[in-house]
Design a protein around this ligand. Structure first.
Ligand code: NAG
Ligand code: NAG
Ligand code: NAG
Length: 412
């Protein structure tokens, strides 16, 4: 023990952050539901994982014999960048994206003008074969066997194609220096396979998949958000409550939090409301050693109950939390408990939620403290929470997908 302590102290003095590894080795792991992750080394995650972005592909235009590309894409994310390409700088770009669940093509057409054309629905979680082909001054995007979108090329873009610049393609995000402002949130929780980028070598993508497991996708997915047990997401509470914050003045204002989840490890914070001083005002946690679901208000225990017997059975769990004038209601499945809430506590919750700088964390505390491992779908004020709206998000949390083995829709 002494030697271990010395070792830890040595690491800390070296400035190495050892906390996550220590937690895993020193605490017995409360694994509760075993499942095979089955990430495939042929499926590329398009988002930015904890190892960073998908690498950028670059080709000399003079060496290209084709501008045609194709790949298969699968996503449940309603918004994000599929790929962004430019030739000879940012004036000539082509963006393939998803907006409100539909395919969207945005191209520069000279003079800083942007042409936006929308296509068919794409975010249904099924594999879609997408081809981008150039043909006589136009670019056609095919989905399956149908031509979904055709856009005319600008004169500038046609000139660039016979110049001696570089073609750059970034998958799942913008180019770091692209300077283009898009009316969309770039990260796309999606997967790609069977790609062919401008008929050129793209082995850097295969190498990425070989080297980093976190950049691989699961064979099959289900809706929800996947937390790995080491990271969380944090939102500005105002951004999360959106329009309903306007009604915070109302005397009968209520807060409603609904969680559907399937746990892999039976522990971790599910929901936390933090004030501007970083104090935990309201928190709901799967408390591991005591095996209790715990609700804390202003740091003190307000309510607790033993884990539901089905928590580790692989069945979906449904939790509800409601703050109303004079009452706090918590529901687990079909059982409900109603507690008295003082006016002071009710006003405090209202005040903290409407204060700029207050935050809501899901799936763990700030810096990944006591993180949840499993699939979670949160609804706040009746609206599914979009993790892409988070201020801070651990790279390996998947915003819009869970492995199919943790499908939270089971039993619903
Ligand atoms: C991508 O992830 C890396 C590592 O987690 C992080 O440093 C970087 O800021 C992220 N980039 C974006 C655009 O989110
Ligand atoms: C999105 O796709 C659906 C189905 O393919 C289509 O009916 C709808 O018009 C599209 N929306 C837009 C904005 O193009
Ligand atoms: C929020 O409120 C504004 C104005 O009241 C409205 O235009 C907008 O659609 C609302 N947004 C959502 C997400 O409900």
């Amino acid at each position: 023990m002494f030697a271990l302590k010395r070792f830890v102290v040595a690491l800390l003095t070296l400035g190495i952050w050892v906390h996550p590894t220590l937690e895993r080795t020193l605490e017995p792991s409360p694994e509760c539901y075993y499942f095979v992750e089955s990430r495939s080394s042929h499926l590329l995650y398009t988002g930015n994982s904890s190892v960073g972005n998908v690498p950028i592909l670059e080709y000399k235009v003079t060496e290209l014999t084709s501008f045609d590309s194709e790949f298969e894409l699968r996503t449940l994310d309603p918004e994000g960048v599929i790929f962004f390409g430019d030739i000879g700088g940012q004036q000539n770009y082509f963006l393939l994206a998803v907006i409100q669940g539909n395919l969207s093509v945005q191209t520069s057409c000279g003079d800083g003008q942007v042409l936006v054309t929308s296509g068919p629905k794409i975010s249904d979680g099924e594999w879609k074969k997408i081809a981008v082909m150039k043909h006589e001054g136009a670019v056609a995007v095919r989905v399956g066997s149908e031509t979904a979108v055709t856009v005319q090329q600008s004169a500038e873009s046609q000139r660039a194609e016979i110049g001696n610049g570089m073609l750059r393609i970034s998958i799942g995000g913008l180019l770091p220096d692209s300077g283009v402002t898009l009316g969309l949130n770039p990260p796309l929780d999606g997967c790609m396979r069977s790609w062919d980028w401008v008929r050129q070598d793209s082995s850097i993508l295969e190498r990425t998949l070989q080297d980093s497991k976190v950049q691989r996708c699961w064979e099959h997915i289900a809706p929800g958000s996947y937390f790995t047990g080491v990271g969380s997401v944090g939102f500005s509470s105002l951004a999360l409550l959106g329009n309903s914050s306007a009604e915070l003045d109302g005397a009968d204002w209520t807060l409603s939090v609904e969680l559907a989840l399937r746990t892999v490890s039976a522990r971790g914070f599910l929901f936390i409301l933090l004030d501007t001083q970083n104090d935990y005002i309201l928190s709901l946690k799967l408390n591991h050693p005591s095996q209790e679901l715990m609700l804390r208000l202003r740091g003190t225990l307000f309510w607790s109950r033993s884990y539901p017997q089905t928590l580790c059975s692989g069945e979906s769990q449904f939790l509800q939390l409601q703050v109303r004038p004079g009452q706090l209601v918590i529901g687990m499945g079909i059982t409900k408990a109603t507690m008295r809430l003082t006016d002071g506590d009710y006003e405090l919750l209202k005040r903290v939620l409407s204060q700029p700088g207050s935050r809501v964390y899901l799936g763990g505390g700030p810096a990944g403290l006591s993180s949840f491992h499993g699939c979670l779908q949160a609804k706040i004020q009746g609206v599914n929470v979009d993790l892409d709206l988070a201020e801070v998000k651990h790279g390996d949390v998947r915003s819009h997908s869970c492995p199919a083995a943790l499908d939270i829709r089971d039993g619903k």
